[in-house]
Ligand binder design. Structure first.
Ligand code: NDP
Length: 308
């Protein structure tokens, strides 16, 4: 069987594409990926998605989006894409569990994943006090001092969230200037539990021998001095990598691995990309949702033109 439309990814971009395609009568098949609902599912309160004046939690918003798409006939299957072949028609996608799908159009809405520092100690202590998700793991650090690494909005959000549990939060950033929005920076710097450690790069997370986090050694980039922050947890919040590995060689990617697009058009006809997988600039749920809508409309027109 050849699907009219397969959508890879189930975050705001994938779910919005599914909603529009379903309402166009295409019964799209959504491959949910290893993190159904995408990054919003592991975020805290969302205050900037229009239509929710009192805020909404990530899981709640994604559940609503999925149900809305299902109501019109979108079908969701679990699992992630392992490989793709866009060299001939129909387009082909193979899942990690071996299932294979053929499709006339594909929308890639695979999002992005957390980036890591690349320290050996970070890898050795992942899940043992080192995390990239405060929402998931913050509650394990009641009355324990923790460090958050990064200077973007994610780091600010994680630092603020962690003040609910941790006794103290060190915000470690490699510069003095923040990339985060001013309102978030102001909230963080005014918080009595948060101490900003600036011009500082993490060198080592202690203590691999003990298989638990007992501290974070940071080096001041100006003075060269090192300091050990006495923390029991380290939260890495330094940005994301696009989830495009299975698509290398199938369509054009930029140097950072994001899918190169003109609008939402990729370099392969009938293949569209929407959301964080093609957008290193805005990376917002509402932007991803808008791009998902555009991709579905464009794919629908392609099917109409081709008489499919
Ligand atoms: P960003 O890319 O915005 O920030 C990453 C931060 O990590 C930067 O401060 C960067 O430092 C630092 N960093 C990167 N690599 C390293 C490294 N190897 N070592 C040390 N530090 C490093 O990513 P975010 O995830 O914070 O945000 C992504 C997007 O999502 C943004 O557009 C943001 O506005 C948005 N967002 C919005 C939220 C909201 O509105 N509530 C919440 C969360 C995110 P440097 O600045 O020096 O490059």
């Amino acid at each position: 069987m050849i699907e009219k439309m397969v959508i890879a990814g189930s975050g705001p971009a994938g779910c919005t594409a599914a909603l529009y395609a379903a309402r166009a009568g295409l019964a799209p098949l959504v491959l949910e990926g290893n993190a159904p609902g995408g990054q919003l599912v592991i975020t805290t309160e969302i205050e900037n998605f229009p239509g929710f004046p009192a805020g909404v939690t990530g899981p709640e918003l994604m559940d609503l989006m999925k149900r809305q798409a299902e109501r019109f006939g979108a079908r969701f299957v679990s699992g992630a894409v392992k490989a793709a072949d866009f060299s001939s028609r129909p387009l082909r996608l193979t899942m990690e569990d071996g299932q294979a799908f053929q499709a006339h159009t594909v929308i890639l809405a695979l999002g992005a994943s957390a980036r890591w520092l690349g320290l050996d100690s970070e890898q050795a202590l992942q899940g043992k006090g080192v995390s990239a998700c405060a929402t998931c793991d913050g509650a394990f650090f009641k009355n324990v001092p923790v460090a958050v690494i990064g200077g973007g909005d994610t780091a600010m959000e994680e630092a603020l969230f962690l003040t609910r549990f941790a006794s103290r939060v060190f915000l470690v950033h490699r510069r003095k200037e923040f990339r985060a929005s001013q309102i978030m920076v102001d909230r963080v710097l005014a918080h009595p539990k948060i101490e900003a450690v600036l011009d500082a790069v993490p060198e080592e997370i202690l203590d691999v021998a003990k298989q638990t986090v007992t501290g974070l050694r940071v080096r001041n980039t100006k003075s060269g001095e090192t300091r050990v922050l006495p923390v029991g947890g380290v939260f890495v919040a330094i940005g994301h990598e696009p989830n495009t590995v299975p698509f290398r060689g199938q369509l054009e990617l930029d140097e950072a691995g994001y899918i190169r697009t003109r609008g939402i058009l990729t370099t392969v006809e009938g293949v569209y990309a929407a959301g964080d997988v093609q957008d290193p600039v805005y990376r917002q749920a509402i932007v991803a949702a808008g791009a998902g809508c555009m991709a579905a409309l464009e794919a629908t027109r392609f099917l109409e033109r081709a008489g499919l």
